[in-house]
Design a protein around this ligand. Structure first.
Ligand SMILES: NC(=O)C1=CN([C@@H]2O[C@H](COP(=O)(O)OP(=O)(O)OC[C@H]3O[C@@H](n4cnc5c(N)ncnc54)[C@H](OP(=O)(O)O)[C@@H]3O)[C@@H](O)[C@H]2O)C=CC1
Ligand SMILES: CC(=O)N[C@@H](CCC(=O)OP(=O)(O)O)C(=O)O
Length: 315
């Protein structure tokens, strides 16, 4: 059996802990750990990265950049932060995008997609590749997220017994329309301008629902049925992405953003009428939106079975 030595820089954080949970039981993986007192010590982290077959960075952007500067050139790195997602020489880790798997397998430096970006790209990229959406399009995208998306700080804010009343209501953020995921979305989808994007954080732990409405006339005349078939064809055979048939009835006519919490797969829904189409992607911001996606990429990079150590796949 081939064994792999893995270091998680930022193992005490939300994303790092979830990766550790997934890998802890794998008998072909040895996790390198730093004692609490040394987990932010640059020399100790550099030493771990030099020893590991692969290092996950589960750090704020600045610390992720610092980690890369500390790592030997030979180190294989899987970065969950925003720091390197549009950097040249880094592979963007979305295996389901056509032609991407081979690049991930041989990647030395891999950037794991942002959570909101994962849903938006999953919906826009097939439309762009199939010619239904011109590069000049500027779709309006919405995304609902649980508060774990904000890491330890936001989780503590929501858990505080004396928290402000405002946290009990959904809150729109990114009001300047310059969310940090827009550059990677624009780059991956080959758009000449970033989409218009409004994220909303609400009072539940995890789960993400991205929605993008279109007029049929803006999709080169493709109606919902045609769009649903396009997504089904694009993601055919993918274990982690399930495309529901057009207008699949939800029992109560609603989509709840937390339905895939704790899972690693993504669901795609296409609904609407003769004139308008609504595209939705539902997944866990900590699963396909972070730790699950990171482990999926690691498996490809190490030549392991792609879906090993992932929790329940696409429903
Ligand atoms: N939460 C999510 O849904 C997603 C998060 N991400 C990204 O993943 C990365 C990690 O996020 P998340 O897990 O949510 O964040 P957390 O705040 O939960 O965890 C970050 C961890 O990094 C540690 N850390 C900070 N600075 C250093 C340093 N210089 N050296 C070593 N460790 C350090 C922190 O230490 P301490 O415990 O002392 O604070 C903490 O444990 C971020 O870039 C984030 O944007 C990506 C996709 C989704
Ligand atoms: C609720 C909340 O604040 N969410 C974060 C998303 C966290 C994340 O996934 O960002 P990166 O992957 O780019 O690090 C945000 O929108 O900035």
């Amino acid at each position: 059996m081939t064994t792999h030595t893995i270091f998680i820089d930022g193992a005490a954080g939300t994303t790092g802990l979830r990766i550790e949970e997934r890998l802890g039981a794998a008998d072909d993986i040895t996790l390198l750990r730093l004692p609490e007192a040394r987990r932010k010590d640059p020399a100790a982290r550099a030493e771990m990265m030099a020893q590991a077959d692969l290092t996950f960075l589960c750090l704020p952007d600045a610390a992720a950049r610092e980690a890369v500067s500390l790592a030997p050139a030979s180190a294989r790195i899987c970065d969950t932060s925003t720091a390197h997602r549009t950097a040249p020489d880094w592979v963007y880790g979305f295996p389901e995008l056509h032609g991407r798997r081979e690049k991930i397998r041989s990647a030395k430096r891999l950037a794991v997609p942002g959570c909101h970006a994962s849903g938006i790209i999953a919906l826009l990229k097939p439309l762009r590749e199939c010619g239904l959406l011109p590069d000049t399009a500027q779709p309006v995208c919405h995304s609902l997220t649980g508060y774990s998306g904000g890491g330890k700080t936001m989780i503590a804010d929501y858990a505080a017994p004396d928290r402000p009343e405002a946290l009990s209501a959904p809150r729109i953020y990114g009001l300047s329309l310059q969310h940090k995921h827009l550059p990677e979305i624009q780059a991956q989808c080959g758009l000449s301008a970033p989409p218009v994007f409004t994220p909303v954080v609400a009072d539940y732990y995890c789960g993400m629902l991205v929605s993008i409405p279109f007029a049929v006339k803006d999709l080169n005349g493709a109606n919902g049925e045609a769009a649903a078939k396009l997504f089904a064809d694009y993601y055919a055979g993918e274990a982690m992405v399930r495309v529901h048939p057009f207008n699949t009835a939800q029992a109560d006519g609603m989509l709840a953003a937390n339905a895939r919490a704790g899972e690693d797969g993504m669901e795609i829904f296409v609904s609407g009428n003769d004139e308008q189409v609504l595209l939705c992607a539902r997944f866990d911001n900590l699963g396909k939106g972070a730790s699950g996606a990171a482990v999926q990429c690691m498996n490809l990079m190490l030549g392991r079975e792609e879906t090993a150590e992932l929790v329940v796949q696409a429903a």
